[in-house]
Design a protein around this ligand. Sequence first.
Ligand code: SF4
Length: 92
Amino acid sequence: MKYEFEIRTGRVQIDHTLCETCDEYECAKACSLYGRNILRIKDGKPVTFMPPEEIKRRDNECLACEFHCPYGAVNIELPFPELEEYLKKIER
Ligand code: SF4
């Protein structure tokens, strides 16, 4: 099951099926060290525990949860439409 929430400039997706056998919780540890403590572990899975506006306010886009998860369960989408437009332009 995909768990998703929005951040100020994008979206975080966590595949909770990959968390079922994890007992390391590097995502939440990294969030508390490098981020703003948005993720907590509940019933063995990382979740947020605050309203959506507060997540957007707190998030610092450190990407640490994705980088530190050893199982590739976290995917952070940060759309950058200006870059995509630029790449289309230079492909001509
Ligand atoms: S996101 Fe990664 S580190 Fe966090 S609980 Fe799931 S598998 Fe473990």
